[in-house]
Design a binder for this molecule. Structure first.
Ligand code: G6P
Length: 368
């Protein structure tokens, strides 16, 4: 009913706009005095990483894409090897794990059959298990040793939006809490990271005001056959999510490509007018990204550039530019995710499709 949609035309738009509040509810209860992360109220022991020499993140769909971001953050801050496994693959590959492995499962519903089976396998393999789940008391939450809930509230639209950004925030909280415990971040540096994490909330509010730009651009996307998302590092992980979001609800084919890998194949698909959504929020690979954008530009691509702040050395390299509110540290995935959600949303609406209920897809998949 329209009352349940709070005045929005559909759930997806409502849920996109609920992100500042959802993130506030997820992050704030986990901040203690001195702006330090505190997971004790969640029952997560501070020394959970003792003896852990390996982390495996397993999930499906969008939750798995959140895991890809988590891996980058964990490895950067903890220097512990992390792999991300699609739950339906993990189950059947006789995974290597033992009591020194931490398996993190991520699930909005907490009921995805493959993710639940992956969790049971992890327990049978003596791994420690921690889940990031949105639905209280769901099967995955009940069966995990530890749970860190996302407080996104009910998510109705099939395409996940607020659950995804809340999953990211939980992964960042874990990374900071672990890094503090392991002495890899000083209290001072950790509290700086936490302050920066809190800055994502006003930054997302600001990013949501770019909806008319997203809507304008979507008019140029809605009739294309396929398009590309490119990025490096965290931006590549986010590209995977941007691409699935668009495919799910607009039925336009797209591919996420690590920007440096384009020239090893996919560049042959870029021709006059091919839309390329280029994520360039990562300072350490910014100039590399710019040369990758020049490569697609030279083949006639229509470039939609997303940067952290107004970092643009050459405005002739793009047709459209989202200059995200500048965020210090590694937090641009939060704001860039909002842009990708809005592009997918307006493209779907522009094509006259049912954004909340895309064909053939279900919100929660309890079959294997
Ligand atoms: C379904 C949904 C996806 C979701 C995936 C995992 O396929 O359509 O949007 O990402 O399941 O769901 P979960 O509830 O485990 O996060």
């Amino acid at each position: 009913s329209s009352a349940m949609k709070g005045g929005y035309p559909n759930y997806m738009l409502k849920e996109i706009h609920e992100q500042p509040e959802a993130l506030r509810s997820t992050i704030i209860p986990r901040v203690r005095e001195g702006n330090l992360p505190d997971l004790s109220k969640d029952g997560i022991p501070h020394n959970i990483l003792d003896n852990v020499n390996r982390i495996i993140i397993t999930a499906c769909g969008t939750a798995m894409h959140a895991g890809l971001i988590g891996r980058v953050m964990f490895e950067r801050l903890l220097r512990i090897p992390v792999t991300v496994e699609i739950a339906s693959e993990f189950r059947y590959q006789n995974p290597i794990m033992d009591k020194n492995t931490l398996v993190i499962t991520i699930s909005q519903s907490g009921e995805t059959a493959d993710t639940l089976a992956a969790l049971r396998l992890a327990k049978a393999g003596n791994a420690k298990t921690l889940s990031i789940v949105n639905v209280k008391g769901s099967s995955i939450a009940r069966e995990s040793d530890y749970v860190l809930y996302t407080h996104a509230g009910p998510e109705i639209a099939v395409a996940s939006t607020k659950a995804y950004t809340c999953q990211l925030s939980c992964l960042y909280l874990l990374a900071f809490a672990f890094a503090l415990e392991k002495g890899r971040l000083s209290e001072e540096d950790c509290s700086k990271e936490m302050e920066n994490l809190l800055q994502i909330i006003p930054a997302i509010e600001k990013t949501l005001t770019f909806h008319s730009l997203a809507e304008d651009i979507s008019r140029n996307l809605k009739d294309c056959e396929d398009l590309f998302f490119i990025g490096r590092g965290l931006d590549y992980a986010l590209s995977c999510e941007g691409s699935i979001k668009l495919k799910e609800i607009s039925y336009i084919h797209s591919e996420a490509y690590a920007a440096g890998e384009l020239k090893h194949g996919t560049l042959s698909l870029v021709t006059e007018g091919t839309p390329v959504i280029a994520l360039a929020t990562q300072a350490n690979v910014y100039s590399k990204m710019i040369s990758n954008i020049r490569e697609v530009r030279a083949r006639g691509a229509m470039v939609i550039l997303i940067t952290n702040g107004s970092d643009l050395i050459d405005s002739s390299i793009c047709d459209y530019h989202f200059a995200l509110p500048y965020l210090a540290g590694d937090f641009a995935p939060f704001t860039a995710a909002i842009v990708l959600q809005m592009l997918a949303y307006y493209t779907s609406v522009g094509r006259g499709l049912d954004v909340d209920q895309p064909r053939n897809l279900a919100k929660s998949v309890t079959v294997e």
